[in-house]
Design a binder for this molecule. Sequence first.
Ligand SMILES: NC(=O)c1ccc[n+]([C@@H]2O[C@H](COP(=O)([O-])OP(=O)(O)OC[C@H]3O[C@@H](n4cnc5c(N)ncnc54)[C@H](OP(=O)(O)O)[C@@H]3O)[C@@H](O)[C@H]2O)c1
Length: 262
Amino acid sequence: MLLTGASAGIGADMARQIAPTASRLILVARRRDRLEALAAELKQLRPALTVDVEPCDLSAPSEVEALLARLPDVDVLINNAGLGDMGLFEDSTTAKIDQMLQVNVVALTRLTHALLPGMVARKRGGVLNVSSSYGFLWTPGAAVYIGTKHYVTAFTESLRSELRGTGVVVTQLCPGPVESEFEDVAGSLLDQKPPRLVMLPSAVAARHALDAFRADHAFVISGWIPSLVLRIAGLTPRWLNRLMMAPMARMLRQHHDPRGRR
Ligand SMILES: NC(=O)c1ccc[n+]([C@@H]2O[C@H](COP(=O)([O-])OP(=O)(O)OC[C@H]3O[C@@H](n4cnc5c(N)ncnc54)[C@H](OP(=O)(O)O)[C@@H]3O)[C@@H](O)[C@H]2O)c1
């Protein structure tokens, strides 16, 4: 089983929850020290588990290719690594935009493309992608991140339909706000944190994802508030959605610093 974004948040909790039943776990992220500490924790939890630490910057295509060249057969791929960037698109840096596209979209697609044929040939295993509730809706203030998650959601649904009947499972986790390091990287809109009531512990989001994968569900929206919001949003015409988003867009522009965010 290969898990990206294992050094923090949802990914680290998935690793802890997978460890009791997996035989081999390959942990991928950039921070080697975090991965090694997690590997030691998992080995203590279950000495029979083989844990491979694979530090890799998924925003660098050459590193992704080098990782793929080292990998054994992988039955389950969990594409969890991802990052966001909150604020007006025009204030984002080119570097941050490239990083989001590379990690959230390009690396996820490349890893899936490389590892899926083996799963299909063996008629088992699967792909668990971590999208977001932003995979189903949009707001101002995170245009590229939301675009990448729409990609993940559409890609995963499409792939699932292609793989029906092959024995390969394709599932996605679409969480609302989760307590993790995500905000440290992405920042927050107008310096406002989401209300505590809507924040989900990363261990709960991880459990929802793994339960949905084991049950072969197409997707799971983690948290009852995001589920409710998505239900309402699904019934809302696009023109009404644009009208409702207008005050937020105005506020973002009022607080806009023309020198950019970074
Ligand atoms: N937290 C939320 O509110 C929320 C909501 C909806 C969806 N999500 C999605 O959930 C997933 C996990 O996020 P999280 O909340 O657990 O955030 P997190 O705590 O920031 O974890 C992100 C993980 O991605 C890895 N990562 C980031 N850039 C990378 C790169 N260039 N190469 C390799 N690994 C990289 C990080 O590892 P290194 O830094 O060590 O590389 C880390 O392990 C993401 O796909 C995110 O979009 C999160």
